[in-house]
Write a protein that binds this ligand. Structure first.
Ligand code: OAD
Length: 252
């Protein structure tokens, strides 16, 4: 098994060659891919779960008891979503899709930035913060147009909830089935900016590997020791470099 830890030009070239030769790549992304858009990650230093207890602020049990806590954590992002724009990593992944190399992006992120960057085939396994619905009547609200109030209420009086998966909630079965099927049939998985420890998403790279996919990890630190290739670099630097290397092949 080939393992690489040095972010040399040769490594970028090798990874780019693999992507071109194998194609059929699926990217599994996490909070690290959006870090350079100014959105905090969860578990790195200064991350969200250092300041907030996830069971208190992001579990379905806590939401049922006091929805204003989740809204106090997420409401600002929803209102100011225009402040958060895709970065070079999101854009490079959209380019790789246009080139016919990335077949699908499976993301644990709820910020919607992959779609904003132009990726078409995106599976948001933890949902999307910008889709909001009433727990009582099901009426949908499209952020940033959310009624005032903490927590915000629907016209019917019901409580509004973003369409995101909270701790203690199951992932929608059809969404996760699609993510599993996509992972099991890819030939390369790009694992970008995720600690890869939260289940069930964390099972996807293993599923890909069992089915003989190569795993290329891009992360500022090594999070997935079983990766075939590790590029320890910011996603917003590494992914555009890979795109550049691929573009060089077409000029050779
Ligand atoms: P984590 O915060 O657990 O991990 C972020 C990863 O990104 C870490 O491995 C960092 O080293 C890496 N990273 C940080 N900045 C980076 C950069 N610029 N470029 C590349 N990598 C970088 O976030 P997730 O793995 O996404 O779930 O966490 C998974 C799930 O746990 C989330 O979807 C969320 C959270 O609790 C729910 O809330 C249900």
């Amino acid at each position: 098994m080939v393992k690489r830890n040095v972010e040399s030009e040769a490594l970028y070239r090798e990874v780019a060659r693999l992507l071109v030769d194998r194609g059929n790549c699926v990217a599994l992304t996490g909070a690290g891919v959006s870090a350079e858009s100014g959105i905090p990650t969860f578990r790195t230093q200064g991350g969200l779960w250092e300041k907030y207890d996830p069971m208190e602020f992001a579990s379905i049990e806590a939401f049922r008891k006091d929805p204003s806590k989740y809204w106090s954590l997420r409401g600002e992002f929803i209102k100011d979503s225009d402040l958060y724009q895709p970065n070079n990593a999101h854009i490079a992944l959209a380019e790789l899709e246009q080139m016919g190399i990335v077949r699908c992006v499976i993301t644990q992120n709820i910020d919607g930035l992959h779609k904003k960057a132009g990726s078409k085939n995106v599976i948001e396994i933890h949902g999307n913060l910008m889709e909001i619905y009433c727990l009582a009547c099901g009426k949908e609200y499209k952020a940033p147009y959310v009624p005032e109030g903490m927590p915000p209420h629907c016209l019917c009086g019901g409580i509004l909830k973003p369409n995101t998966v909270l701790f203690g909630e199951e992932l929608p079965v059809d969404v996760f089935m699609k993510a599993k099927e996509t992972s099991a049939t890819c030939r390369i998985m790009l694992l970008v900016g995720t600690s890869a420890i939260v289940h069930p998403a964390a099972s996807l790279p293993y599923l890909a590997k069992e089915n003989r996919a190569k795993i290329i990890e891009i992360n500022i630190e090594k999070a997935f020791p079983e990766a075939d290739y590790s590029i320890m670099e910011k996603a917003g630097t590494a992914l555009p470099k890979i795109v550049d290397e691929i573009n060089k092949f077409s000029h050779e």
